[in-house]
Design a protein around this ligand. Structure first.
Ligand SMILES: Cc1ncc(C[n+]2csc(CCOP(=O)(O)OP(=O)(O)O)c2C)c(N)n1
Ligand SMILES: [Mg+2]
Length: 298
């Protein structure tokens, strides 16, 4: 992983201004824990799922949905809302509980996750699920979708932001780089891409399959403002995302956040174990995972 220091890095002192309070941090940590626990509960219903892909992104989900994004849960299609697109759509199992928690979908719907006829599948479907802005599953398309939405926002004189959560394995898709060129060319400053740099993809280490470093230099050379952050540190992550959100109207470039994360974060026997990309925890193993997650200090 890159250790380079960048001009627009997290060390930026002006970030202090955007720092969440201790009380806000505590709430966001609780929500990240909630996402992990709900993921275990829902995968028990489906009997298979992507635990580790959610666990690396739990703090990102929490910061976006419970703090940074401008949304109206009572009006999920509000035209001025910020959009959220998941390139790594296989992590939808961590997103659905948030939609239920916010009241956008019902708990009954959530509890029928993946059952016959349910709109809640392993991947998000914008045509069936309120609160989902983009259907994904085939990785690589979300950034292009985000560019289209941001351009539409500009043409209709709206100032919503479009957040795209991308996997690091997803960086190997050519479509990502076409969209990266386009966003910079169009100066789509309302696009904020977050890369979940958890180091692993389906079949092993990203940098063993097709190396993507130096990732930050690549995005910079494509014309993006690049930041690196510990993707599990809610204080840093939230401050950075708040700042990028608030400066979208004055920035001249799209922004890219490389979030350094651990795949499987929170459950020690899953962390950095590529075999857990897709799996099922038998009830006794799930119990251990739940104990570990709930024993972590909030
Ligand atoms: C176009 C396409 N190819 C292959 C897959 C199968 N697939 C699902 S998840 C995944 C790995 C994704 O890795 P990464 O982007 O790093 O996401 P992570 O789960 O690590 O967050 C792959 C190859 C897919 N969904 N879409
Ligand atoms: Mg990955």
């Amino acid at each position: 992983m890159s250790t380079e220091v960048h001009s627009a890095d997290i060390a930026d002192q002006s970030l202090n201004h955007f720092e969440p309070s201790d009380q806000e941090i505590q709430k966001l940590r609780q929500k990240a824990q909630f996402v992990r626990l709900e993921t275990i509960r829902l995968i028990e219903i489906a009997k298979v799922g992507h635990y580790t892909s959610v666990f690396s992104a739990a703090e990102i989900f929490s910061a976006l949905y419970y703090d940074v994004m401008r949304i109206r849960p009572s009006e999920p299609s509000w035209p001025d809302r910020d959009r959220f697109l998941m390139g790594k759509g296989h992590a939808a199992v961590g997103q659905f509980p948030i939609l239920a928690d916010l009241g956008i979908i019902s708990h009954e719907l959530l509890n029928g996750y993946t059952r016959l006829g349910s709109p809640l599948g392993d991947h998000p479907d914008m045509t069936k699920v309120p609160g989902i802005d983009f259907s994904s599953g085939s990785i690589g398309h979300a950034l292009s979708g985000a560019c289209g939405m941001a351009l539409g926002g500009r043409l209709s004189r709206k100032d919503f932001c479009v957040f795209a959560l991308l996997g690091d394995g997803e960086m190997q898709e050519g479509q990502v780089w076409e969209a990266a060129l386009f966003a910079a060319h169009q100066q789509l400053s309302h696009v904020i891409a977050i890369i979940d740099r958890n180091g692993y993809q389906l079949d092993g280490k990203v940098d063993d399959v097709i190396g993507i470093e130096s990732l930050s230099s690549k995005w910079e050379s494509f014309g993006w403002e690049v930041h690196e952050v510990d993707g599990h540190n809610l204080r840093e992550l939230t401050a950075l995302l708040r700042k990028l959100r608030s400066e979208a109207g004055v920035r001249k470039k799209p922004a890219c956040v490389i979030a350094r994360t651990l795949k499987g974060k929170g459950v020690s026997y899953m962390e950095t174990e590529p075999g857990w990309h897709l799996g099922y925890l038998a009830p006794e193993d799930a119990k251990l995972a739940i104990e570990e997650i709930t024993s972590q200090e909030i």
